[in-house]
Ligand binder design. Sequence first.
Ligand code: NAP
Length: 268
Amino acid sequence: MKIATVLRNDDYTREVELRLKDKLKEAGSMYTFVTGPDEHPDMVLSIGGDGTLLEAVHQYGMQPTYVGIHTGHLGFYADWRPDELDDFVTMLLEQKEPFIAEYPTVQCQITTGDGQVYHKWALNELVVRNASLSTLVACVNINGDELETFRGDGLIVSSPSGSTAYNKAVDGAIVHPSIEAIQLSEIASINNQAYRTINSSLVLPKHHTVELIVMNPEIMIGLDREQGVWKNVRSIICRVGQEKVKFARYKKLTFWSRVRNSFITGSR
Ligand code: NAP
């Protein structure tokens, strides 16, 4: 079995990776470490935080299964603490069958004024903001029907697992990742006598689309960790992605216990 690692850039994380590799080597295991997507790893270990896992999935895509080891606080994508490496290695050596949790993604089709079409995806979310500090103006269509003209700082289309990230910071709902849905949330919409938006997050099922017809000549698009300025974007259509990201769960840690640990108790 081929394993790749993706690390947060700090000394402690590199030390944890070394310890893990040494433990597996000592055991003379059948696991080999590879260094890039071209070597088609079966499993990718993300060592760091949820941000590191986002980097890993964009580097390695949907094929491998992912395991997260956190070197900071307990995350939504990371299951193991560095002091549990022995338990994790034992599971690998005993070839315990993990439960595979599959998390939906957000699929996006971005069309520019000159007719170019770009296909993108995100595990957490797509974020659209104006490229400058002035207002983003975008018509919002649901399944091709006009809902509203949004004016404000920006819009977020999040996946269920991304619902606990940026989406939560703008009061979006937390959605369990077993629900195949996307969520549209507003960032600081203008609501007054001249302009009106729904001013609530919308959760859309798998067969629905949300289209943003962008009026600004330059916008900022964020897809998980990646962000960039796009010129002359005409439309962005989002739906639930066809492919899911697979996580190998070797121990039971429910989504709701992660929610509690992250936002209520602050410990495990
Ligand atoms: P960052 O700005 O360095 O960190 C953002 C924080 O979000 C980190 O604490 C990260 O956890 C956490 N996070 C990432 N995915 C999460 C998830 N699914 N559920 C709960 N928390 C999550 O950025 P980054 O590390 O590159 O992560 C990119 C993400 O930052 C974006 O996808 C977006 O969701 C989030 N973000 C949030 C806000 C906000 O809340 N106002 C603003 C911008 C971006 P770790 O510390 O474990 O890595």
